[in-house]
Design a protein around this ligand. Structure first.
Ligand SMILES: Cc1cc2nc3c(=O)[nH]c(=O)nc-3n(C[C@H](O)[C@H](O)[C@H](O)COP(=O)(O)OP(=O)(O)OC[C@H]3O[C@@H](n4cnc5c(N)ncnc54)[C@H](O)[C@@H]3O)c2cc1C
Length: 430
């Protein structure tokens, strides 16, 4: 009997966010017939998932070619696979800084450009853009001055409607027979269940808030920024962090001329997307250093607020960056109310590397998928393969994705080299 023919283990996946869904879909498509997903929200996409959003950038420029190559592979699937293609919009990615950006931020954009120059996938896809005239050639719908904007335009990029893509993967999982258990009582896991088998400590299942116990041969945790709450020993490697996200409401007439604009990241101000097709909302996010929440924690962890209502604000400074950006790009909307304010949480590692590995001292029974570091959604079409690989091999041999026991430093300082992290409890809110 080959490994392919041997009976597949039963699998419990905790968390139906981006990585949990991707994993369930790949396993269920590969002959795993006993896959159960537990999710604390009572809907999928979950309102707690970072991936439940109007849009996420799909781009492949990374300082590390390892992620560039993976992202190019993911983009090919976004472009061609009937499951993902309807949700992918290859509008291009305009990555720039404004005239008054700090030099360190300008350097970050230059480094991105350098990283993809010479990579065969980007041949003929990338051009530098300097000043208002060149910006207007790439995005004629921008009505503001955009004076001194400088950076590049990458055509091999765009965005995915991430809530719709997540829903599509969920529906596909249901069709393949994946069992979903949703809601606070039966779907929210509060404890891992261990047993000793042949003198070895093994995770044999999970317990939910309503005291339901689920057993499986393999348990996979895909809890986003919440994961250190369940396995605090991950704390030194992973910090829960968030960014503020807002929308402005456009009318259909206002949205029409903006159809097809590129995803635009003015790195020192904020990034935005074309208006959402269904709602005509424009989304903005100031991606600064991110915010931590150590204040509530009893054991030195930064974790998301438990209740959704508590995450429904943005830092006051973010609002001023977004207003400034609106003046620069769409002055006609500069005073429009910011709506749907919320914090979006991710699991950050010091080196931005994912953690896809077995938890030590569990005898290959418990896998953790964490450390998305704010760049995990683009991998939706291929992420499940990463997990299937280690599930079947019994270990992780990609060093950068391994559990790093020796991590002494917490990722609490500057974020990606140009902006500092702040603690939520110490900042004014909008
Ligand atoms: C503002 C922002 C912008 C981003 N932009 C991009 C981008 O442009 N491109 C990109 O590629 N990525 C982006 N990301 C990152 C991307 O969203 C994440 O990498 C991705 O969602 C990670 O998937 P995940 O499954 O690990 O976590 P999530 O998608 O957050 O899912 C975690 C799930 O676990 C569930 N859960 C938590 N605790 C429990 C429990 N105890 N029991 C049961 N269920 C539980 C939650 O309800 C949730 O459904 C962004 C993130 C943020 C915050």
């Amino acid at each position: 009997m080959t490994t392919q023919d041997s009976p597949k283990p039963s699998v419990l996946i905790v968390g139906a966010g981006c990585w949990g869904l991707a994993t369930a879909y790949t396993l269920a498509s590969s002959g795993y017939t006993k896959v159960t997903v537990l999710e604390k929200d009572d809907v999928v996409p979950s309102r707690f998932s970072a991936g439940n959003d109007l849009n996420k950038v799909i781009r492949a420029e990374y300082a590390d070619n390892f992620y560039t190559d993976l992202s190019v592979r993911a983009i090919r699937k976004w472009q061609t696979d009937p499951l993902y293609k309807p949700h992918f919009h290859q509008n291009g990615f305009l990555n720039v800084t404004s005239e008054s950006a700090p030099q360190a931020t300008k350097d970050v954009v230059t480094n991105y450009l350098t990283s993809i120059r010479g990579h065969p996938a980007f041949e003929g896809q990338v051009s530098t853009v300097h000043g208002a005239e060149e910006i207007k050639k790439v995005a004629p719908a921008f009505t503001g001055p955009t004076a001194g904007w400088s950076g590049y335009f990458n055509k091999l990029a765009g965005y995915a409607h991430s809530a719709d893509a997540s829903k599509a993967v969920y529906d596909a999982c249901v069709k393949l027979g994946v069992n979903f258990v949703l809601g606070r009582d039966n779907g929210e896991v509060t404890e891992l269940v261990y047993d000793t088998i042949s003198s070895r400590r093994v995770c044999v299942g999970v317990k939910t808030r309503g005291n339901q116990i689920y057993h499986a041969d393999k348990v996979i945790l895909a809890l986003g920024a919440d994961v250190p709450g369940l396995i605090p020993q991950l704390g030194p490697q992973v910090t829960g962090r968030c960014w503020g996200v807002v929308h402005i409401q456009l009318t259909p007439e206002e949205a029409r001329p903006l159809r097809g604009i590129p995803v635009t990241n003015v790195r020192d101000l904020a990034f935005f997307f074309e208006p959402d097709e269904a709602t005509n909302k424009l989304k903005f996010c100031h991606m600064g250093g991110g915010f931590t929440n150590f204040a509530l924690s009893q054991n030195g962890l930064s974790l998301p607020y438990e209740k959704l209502e508590d995450s429904q604000f943005i830092p006051l400074d973010d609002e001023s960056y977004i207003r400034k950006l609106l003046q620069e790009v769409f002055p006609q909307f500069a005073d429009r109310p910011l709506i749907d304010k919320h914090l979006c949480w991710f699991a950050d590692t010091i080196d931005s590397d994912y953690i896809i590995d077995y938890v030590p001292d569990t005898n290959s029974s418990l896998i953790v998928l964490s450390g998305d570091s704010g760049h995990g959604f683009k991998m939706l079409p291929i992420f499940g393969e990463f997990v299937k690989e280690i599930l079947e091999r019994g270990s992780q041999n990609i060093a950068k994705w391994q559990w790093k026991d020796d991590t002494k430093q917490k990722s609490t300082g500057t974020w990606r080299g140009d902006t500092a992290t702040q603690e939520l409890s110490k900042i004014p809110r909008a």
